[in-house]
Design a protein around this ligand. Structure first.
Ligand SMILES: *Cc1c(COP(=O)(O)O)cnc(C)c1O
Length: 402
């Protein structure tokens, strides 16, 4: 009975923010938004001049605009975020049989990108405040199983090389890259930051405001349909490293040597380049991204206000030195008996869905998926605990218009 009332109260709080909906007019988690953009004109331009595929001026323009917006020296636009992660891992030296440290709380693409190189994900716990990789757990895990051998790190338990670390900016909340970098440096490990969800998220590092992904060797953004801006499907590598950027562009473009007519390739490459028509969509939305981020912030403030006195749930707050893009605004059920949390969560999700409101639980932990259940793993008790009590709320920028 009590859970029923709590469910209704939480749903009423959400409804006070998102306004009217019903089964025929549902509210989704995050919808693409092309209003007030020149998307149609730019796509029309591609169709009229025939440049729709993996060469064309919109791709370079998109890369330039990504650099301007994020402050990165280089951007490489690719077909999607998963491919981008795989390419980035390859660029920092991950090869078959290596282990790559990732958090168990992420979209499956993070782990799949590792597997696509025939490497093995190795799980390290998250921290409750950012929901991203916990620096202390990373350090502890490396101390427990890591061993330096000729300058490379070997996992004593498996005999495999540990080759890279992928922290994830979960729901757009920046990971603690500053602390993670210190540990990575001590262990001589590169960081590929999965900032797929974090376009527009920044944090303050040594009094400088830095976009997510920039302080890693490579950051990888996704422009999938549910992300802050979308190119239909797409992604981008961002980096300040000239050599990595150059090699990334080369390998993503079938490792083709530039020549006016010869087809000459100097290594095995991928066909990872973003098509021009997709890049045109990206340019159109980057032109309005500042307004969009403001809308998201307003929506976040409205949710925070709606839940400020709620006894059993809170909106996740970010640290003070952090600017979050609020990609998916997240509710955390306050800690109580595990069985109560479980019932409340399931009640909320099913009741909301029946009414036409799309709430979403966090991903099933990657370490529970059949293909990753035997992967090496440190203690991941924080991820297990948090995973059961976080729920993403509808976060489309359109919802701020009400
Ligand atoms: C979306 C996403 C990806 C993958 O991006 P795609 O463009 O969908 O391939 C990877 N990691 C995280 C955390 C994501 O949210």
């Amino acid at each position: 009975m009590k859970i029923k009332q709590e469910t209704i109260q939480i749903l009423n709080n959400i409804k006070s923010v998102v306004g009217g909906f019903d089964k025929n007019n549902p509210i989704y988690l995050h919808e693409p938004d092309f209003r007030n953009t020149k998307a149609l004109d730019y796509v029309k331009n591609c169709i009229e001049n025939g440049w729709v595929s993996s060469a064309g001026s919109w791709v370079s323009k998109f890369e330039e605009e990504i650099c301007k917006f994020t402050g990165a020296s280089h951007a490489v636009a690719v077909t999607n975020g998963t491919d981008g992660l795989r390419l980035a891992l390859y660029l920092v030296g991950v090869r078959q049989g290596d282990e790559v440290i990732i958090p168990p709380l992420s979209f499956v693409g993070t782990a799949n990108a590792v597997s696509h190189l025939n490497a093995i994900p190795h799980f390290v716990d998250i921290e409750a405040k950012s929901l991203s990789m916990c620096p202390k757990s990373l350090e502890q895990r490396l101390l427990d199983v890591g061993e330096f051998n000729d300058g490379i790190v070997i996992n004593k338990e498996t005999g495999r090389r540990i080759a890279a670390i992928i922290p994830v900016d979960v729901f757009g909340i920046p990971c603690d890259i500053k602390e993670l970098n210190k540990i990575a440096l001590r262990w001589n490990l590169p960081i590929v930051e999965d900032c797929a969800e974090a376009l527009g998220s920044k944090l303050s590092i040594d009094r400088k405001i830095v976009h997510c992904g920039i302080d890693a060797q490579i950051g990888v953004i996704s422009f999938n349909g549910n992300k802050l801006i979308t190119t239909g499907g797409g992604g981008a590598l961002i980096t300040n490293n000239n050599d990595l950027a150059k090699l990334g562009k080369h390998i993503s473009n079938t490792a083709k040597i530039q020549h006016d007519w010869e087809y000459d390739h100097d290594q095995v490459g991928w066909n990872d380049r973003m098509p021009n028509i997709n890049a045109a969509l990206g340019v159109a939305q980057l032109e309005v991204i500042k307004e969009r981020l403001l809308k998201k912030k307003n929506l976040y403030d409205k949710y925070s206000y709606a839940f400020k006195d709620c006894q059993f749930a809170e909106i996740i707050k970010t640290q003070e030195d952090v600017f979050c893009n609020n990609w998916l605004i997240t509710l955390r059920l306050k800690n109580r008996d595990e069985e109560v949390i479980k019932q409340l969560r399931n009640n909320l999700l099913s009741k909301a869905l029946k009414e036409g409101l799309f709430l979403r639980p966090a991903w099933k932990l990657l370490s529970y998926l059949p293909m990753y259940k035997n992967s090496p793993s440190g203690d991941i008790s924080v991820a297990k605990f948090e995973n059961k009590r976080i729920i993403n709320l509808p976060s489309s920028p359109q919802l701020d218009d009400l």
